[in-house]
Design a protein around this ligand. Structure first.
Ligand SMILES: NC(=O)c1ccc[n+]([C@@H]2O[C@H](COP(=O)([O-])OP(=O)(O)OC[C@H]3O[C@@H](n4cnc5c(N)ncnc54)[C@H](OP(=O)(O)O)[C@@H]3O)[C@@H](O)[C@H]2O)c1
Length: 422
């Protein structure tokens, strides 16, 4: 084992407590022969003879399987490519590494016939990658959309129920242990983007890296956005959306992470707190939803152990699980060309002709309006517009131009809209 922190300690615990059951399920025993950490004194529960600070030596020793729960790119990347090239099966929870270097890792695994499993890298305990890689391998997946980051989901859920601002809610989340001391990877959407890249790669048999994912975090979500969503019977969630796009018979893949308004009746709207949920739409299977605990030591360890059992079984029968499937090699579609829908909430002057001046900007950009709500308020008025689908670039240009209209005092909220057409 490489690493013994939040996840690793739980893997060690379960591996020890369930040793007999695991042996029976695998058909052979699994023996923990070493645990590499940085600071040995921090691990009094692990037998001292198993602890080492020399991860490289442990990987090069006579082991069959390497479980990596260190996180980050290095040294994990070097350690795992070394292990895979030497024919050692790898189980990892490392989303950042998989989202950037999957091709290299799969090539190393392929060169020796070793297994590379990483169920825990996306959505913690939820069985999701194996269903995509194996159960749905005979189907055609068109869309994967979900909530894959518990910290941001906790913050947005709390903002929705309290009406409080982002900064205040983040502070509370940190106090309660739902946000890391440095929350950047979560709140800026990097964590969700890594997971989206992994999901899209598997779903569409195409190499997608984190850099291919359009990413917006939740730091700009305001109480005004939340209130605007509420008025429309919607709530705001940070969504990871992976889509197969067909433009006149030419297919591409669009992958994005951003906050979006979804109807309160949508199944994802009910996913509160630190839970994760992912929708998969496939040709033959129809819609599937996967739901559960997306993080935490024990839930993530459950996924790691499931992989450990799988790779151990494979070793015993002399086989291996699926390798990389990137044969489709679909091009990545930039966000500017992806069709989305916008909700735009404006403070406008309360005078005749304002609505038509705003509407004409939408028309100029070929964006059709699905719903408008106008409300007078003494000297001020508000105008809320929800659009039909249009290329993101057209929607952005429309909002930029509207912001400059003399009758528009303020653009109060701009948010993408997902879920059924309004
Ligand atoms: N936490 C979750 O809920 C969760 C959920 C899903 C996936 N994951 C993924 O699981 C992985 C581990 O996350 P975590 O939360 O368990 O991390 P963590 O609590 O920070 O633990 C990291 C462990 O790695 C060890 N380590 C760090 N650098 C090392 C090095 N150079 N050599 C050997 N050991 C080293 C640390 O040793 P010391 O303890 O001695 O410092 C620590 O035991 C990450 O890839 C993460 O993305 C985590």
């Amino acid at each position: 084992m490489l690493g013994c922190g939040t996840v690793g300690a739980q893997v060690v615990r379960l591996l020890t407590e369930q040793a007999d059951d695991l042996t029976a399920r695998i058909g052979g025993s699994v023996e923990l022969v070493g645990v590499a950490v940085r600071r040995p004194h921090r691990h009094p529960d692990v037998p001292a003879h198993l602890i080492t600070t020399d991860a490289a030596a442990l990987v090069e020793s006579d082991v069959d399987v390497v479980v990596e729960v260190i996180g980050g790119i290095e040294p994990a990347r070097t350690l795992l490519t070394t292990a895979l090239r030497a024919g050692k099966s790898v189980v990892t929870a490392n989303k950042a590494l998989l989202a950037e270097h999957a091709a290299e890792l799969f090539a190393a695994a392929g060169s020796s016939g070793a297994d590379l499993y990483f169920e825990a890298a996306v959505a913690g305990a939820i069985p999701l990658l194996r269903p995509l890689r194996e159960s749905l391998a005979g189907d055609r997946i068109n869309r994967v959309m979900g909530i894959v980051n518990g910290t941001t989901n906790y913050i947005l859920s709390a903002m929705d129920s309290s009406g409080a601002g982002y900064a205040e809610t983040l502070d509370e989340a940190s106090r309660l242990g739902y946000a890391e001391a440095d929350p950047t990877a979560d709140v800026d959407g990097y964590d969700a983007a890594s997971k989206a890249a992994i999901l899209a790669s598997i779903a569409f048999h195409t190499r997608v890296t984190a850099a291919d994912v359009y990413r917006e975090g939740i730091t700009s979500v305001t109480p005004a956005d939340i209130a605007a969503a509420r008025t429309l019977g919607r709530t705001i969630k940070l969504l990871a959306i992976c889509e197969r796009v067909d433009t006149d018979g030419v297919e591409s893949v669009a992958v994005r992470v951003h906050p979006a308004m979804i109807p309160r009746s949508h199944p994802l709207a009910g996913v509160g707190g630190a839970f994760n949920a992912v929708f998969v739409e496939a040709d033959a299977a129809g819609s599937l939803m996967f739901y559960g605990q997306g993080a935490g030591g024990a839930p993530t360890a459950s996924a790691v152990l499931g992989d450990l059992v799988a790779v151990s079984r494979n070793r015993l029968v002399g086989g291996r699980g699926p390798g990389e499937s990137a044969y489709a090699a679909l091009p990545i579609r930039p966000i500017s060309q992806v069709d989305t829908r916008y909700h735009v909430s404006l403070d406008v002057a309360d005078r005749a002709g304002v609505l038509s001046s705003v509407a004409s900007v939408f028309a100029e950009h070929d964006v059709s309006i699905a719903a408008v709500r106008q409300r007078g308020r003494a000297n001020d008025a508000s105008l809320v517009i929800v659009t039909h689908s249009a290329p993101d670039r057209a929607l952005r240009s429309t909002v930029d131009k509207i912001a400059g209209l003399p009758a528009v005092h303020d653009v109060v909220s701009v948010m993408r809209v997902e879920g059924e057409e309004p």
